[in-house]
Design a protein around this ligand. Structure first.
Ligand code: NAD
Ligand code: ZN
Length: 342
C-alpha cells in the first residue's frame, strides 16, 4: 500500500510502498479516506530538533484521519465493517493508575500514532478498538479528518468556564482559531486572538474572533481600553508556543485569571512568577484530548451548530503531498487535507 514515510533522517517525506498491516484481537482495520497535516507532521517533515530526538526512521507518519472500518479483530464489539470513523491517536497503556481510573489522557506511557508507531498517512491503519471513534453522518469527511486538532482546541477551551468571560488566545494557528470559534459558541463575551501573521488573523476573524491583534503593531492594554475592559482577561489560552506570547498573556490577565497552555515551546519560557503569584493566576497544561469526554463534547457541539469547516483552506490528492507541506510551511493556510481516495 501507498504511504508517506519519513524514510531518512533528513528534511522531507517520501511516498513509498509499504506492507499492509494485519489486525489482531481487539484491533480495528481502517481504510483511510482523508487525512490532515498537523503541525507535528510539519516538524517531522522539516526534521527539527524535536523530531531528531523523537522519530525513529523509517516511520509512516500522520495521525489526523477519517476512514471506514474494513475488518475487526476477535473480541471487538462496538464496530463493524462499513462504519465511518476517526480515532484517538494517543494509544495509552490501560494499566497505569490514571488509565485504570478512566483518566487516559494522563497515562504515563502514551504512544503516538504516526510518532512512535505506524501512522495514518497510508491506505490502511490498525488501532485498538478503544481508540476508534464513530463519526455521525452530519459531520462531513473533511471535518471528520480534523477531529484530533479540533479536540486539542476543545480540550483547551473547555478547561475553564467561558460563559460571559473575556478570553485571550495567543496564536491563531488552526488550533487557536478553532478554540476561538468554540469560545464564541459557548458564550464568551470578547474573544481576542493575537498572532504575527495577517493571513491567520483574517481566518480567526472569519471563524468568530471578536477582535484580532497583530503582535508588534497593536498593544493589548490599548485593546482592553477599546473594548471597555477594566480589569484584564478572565481566561487565556496559550496556543503559540512562543515565550513572549505567554508573558504578554500573563501581563494582561485579571487577578484570579485562568490560563490553559497547549502551545509547545521550542525556546523554554522564563515564567514571570511575580505575575503568577501576585495575580493569583492558575496555569493548566493541556496534552491531547480527554479520553473520551472531549470527544463527546466536541462532536455534540458540532451537532449543535458550531461550524469549524472554514478552517480547512487547502485540499490535495496524496500524490501532491509536497504542495500541502509547502503551503503549511508558508504560514498561508489553515488546515490542509490530503485525499487518499484519489
Ligand atoms: P501553529 O504553529 O500553526 O500555530 C501557532 C501560531 O502562533 C502561528 O500562527 C504563529 O504565527 C503564531 N505566533 C508566532 N509568534 C506569536 C506571538 N508572538 N504571539 C502570538 N502568536 C504567535 O500551531 P497549531 O497547529 O495551531 O498548534 C498550536 C500549538 O499547540 C503549537 O505550539 C503546537 O505545537 C501545539 N500543540 C500542542 C498539543 C498538545 O497536546 N499540547 C497538540 C497539538 C499541538
Ligand atoms: Zn496508562
Amino acid at each position: 500500500m501507498k504511504a508517506l514515510v519519513k524514510a531518512k533522517p533528513e528534511p522531507g517525506l517520501w511516498l513509498e510502498t509499504v506492507p499492509e498491516p494485519t489486525h489482531g484481537s481487539g484491533e480495528v482495520l481502517i481504510k483511510i479516506k482523508k487525512t490532515a497535516i498537523c503541525g507535528t507532521d510539519l516538524h517531522i517533515y522539516n526534521w527539527d530538533a524535536w523530531s531528531r530526538k523523537t522519530i525513529k526512521t523509517p516511520m509512516v507518519i500522520g495521525h489526523e484521519f477519517v476512514g471506514k472500518v474494513v475488518a475487526v479483530g476477535k473480541g471487538v464489539k462496538n464496530f463493524k465493517p462499513g462504519q465511518r470513523v476517526s480515532g484517538e491517536g494517543h494509544i495509552t497503556c490501560g494499566t497505569c493508575r490514571n488509565c485504570r481510573a478512566g483518566k487516559r489522557h494522563l497515562c504515563i506511557d502514551t504512544h503516538g500514532v504516526g510518532v512512535n508507531r505506524i501512522g495514518c498517512f497510508t491506505e490502511f491503519l490498525v488501532i485498538p478498538e478503544i481508540n476508534v471513534y464513530p463519526i455521525p453522518p452530519c459531520i462531513d469527511d473533511e471535518v471528520g479528518a480534523i477531529m484530533d486538532p479540533y479536540g486539542n482546541a476543545a480540550h483547551t477551551a473547555l478547561s475553564f468556564d467561558l460563559v460571559g468571560e473575556d478570553v485571550l488566545i495567543t496564536g491563531a494557528g488552526p488550533i487557536g482559531i478553532m478554540a476561538a470559534a468554540m469560545a464564541r459558541k459557548i458564550g464568551a463575551r470578547h474573544v481576542v486572538v493575537t498572532d504575527v501573521n495577517d493571513y491567520r488573523l483574517n481566518l480567526a476573524k472569519k471563524l468568530g474572533a471578536t477582535r484580532t491583534v497583530k503582535v508588534g503593531r497593536e498593544d493589548l492594554q490599548d485593546i482592553q481600553k477599546e473594548l471597555g475592559m477594566k480589569e484584564g482577561f478572565d481566561v487565556g489560552m496559550e496556543m503559540s508556543g512562543v515565550p513572549s506570547a505567554l508573558d504578554q498573556m500573563m501581563e494582561n490577565m485579571n487577578h484570579g485569571g485562568k490560563i490553559a497552555m497547549l502551545g509547545i515551546f521550542a525556546d523554554k519560557p522564563v515564567l514571570n512568577t511575580d505575575l503568577l503569584i501576585f495575580k493569583s493566576l492558575t496555569l493548566k497544561g493541556i496534552y491531547g484530548r480527554e479520553m473520551f469526554e472531549t470527544w463527546y463534547k466536541m462532536i455534540n457541539l458540532l451537532q449543535s451548530g458550531l461550524d469549524i469547516a472554514p478552517i480547512i483552506t487547502h485540499r490535495f490528492p496524496v500524490d501532491e503531498f509536497q504542495k500541502g507541506f509547502d503551503v503549511m510551511n508558508s504560514g498561508q493556510s489553515g488546515k490542509v487535507i490530503l485525499d487518499w481516495s484519489k
